[in-house]
Ligand binder design. Structure first.
Ligand SMILES: O=C(CO)COP(=O)(O)O
Length: 253
């Protein structure tokens, strides 16, 4: 059965003191038998601290990005082995902000997803359409194309370890949440695409998250939808109370 996952993407927020306070606050409040898998993704410099503070707790630590190569002349980059070495277990790949501001492409997303799997890191692979694409009526082929290209060459056994996050670009940081019906529609499109590429069983084992203005007040309706298995949370993951409200109200199916 697939997992429900609540992952907090801090983006480029929180310096050391705030990062420490936030993680310590979560550690004090996320109960040992929490039903959802809880993940936090601070910026690179605080990953070791996050790993240290969450040891022995149910909270997992994710990086927000990585390179696909093992090592070498790639100034400013971090490799999968380095993340594993410090105890990171998850990695966000292909967030729309990375695609928009840092020229990530479906091809690099595919390389990073394969590299994450090769290192036993759980890749949280992001996809999503712009408002223009939605209004033009090309949302479905766009999403299906992103999924197909992200997963190209990845075997069925590995796919069960992949997490997909649907984040409509128009709902990120805008306060505009996709309605549960809109989010469910696209998460179902994603699952059907995976079923077509692999099998219904494989598709059923993949967690598909929704991201875009997720809050304590809307997470129950979103995660209550049949194909939405959790949330990738930006702004509301920065404050302990807000993130806890999401963890506590998420529906674990
Ligand atoms: O981009 C997001 C998470 O990766 C969503 O951000 P917000 O929750 O701030 O809309």
């Amino acid at each position: 059965m697939r997992k429900t996952i609540i992952a907090g993407n801090w983006k480029m927020n929180h310096t050391g003191k705030d990062a420490k306070e936030t993680i310590t606050g979560l550690v004090g409040r996320v109960v040992q038998d929490v039903k959802a898998e809880v993940v936090v993704a601070p910026v690179f410099p605080y990953l070791p601290m996050a790993v240290e503070l969450t040891k022995g707790t149910p909270i997992h630590v994710a990086a927000q990005n990585m390179h696909w190569e093992e090592s070498g002349a790639f100034t400013g980059e971090v490799s999968p082995a380095m993340l594993v070495d410090i105890g990171v277990t998850h990695v966000i790949i292909g967030h729309s902000e990375r695609r928009t501001y840092f020229n990530e492409t479906d091809e690099t997303v595919n390389k990073k997803t394969k590299a994450a799997l090769a290192h036993n890191l759980t890749p949280i692979v992001c996809c999503g359409e712009t408002l223009e694409q939605r209004e033009e009526g090309i949302m479905q082929p766009w999403i299906e194309g992103q999924i197909e290209k992200a997963l190209e060459g990845i075997g069925a056994d590995d796919l069960a370890k992949v997490v997909i996050a649907y984040e409509p670009i128009w709902a990120i940081g805008t306060g505009k949440t996709a309605t549960a019906a809109q989010a469910q529609e696209v998460c179902s499109i994603i699952r059907k695409k995976i079923a077509a590429l692999y099998s219904a069983d494989v598709a059923d084992s993949v967690s598909v998250l929704y991201g875009g203005s997720v809050k304590g007040g809307n997470v129950a309706e979103l995660t209550g939808s049949p194909d939405i298995d959790g949330g990738l949370v930006g702004g509301a993951s920065l404050k302990v109370d807000d993130f806890m409200a999401i963890i506590d109200n998420a529906v674990v199916k």
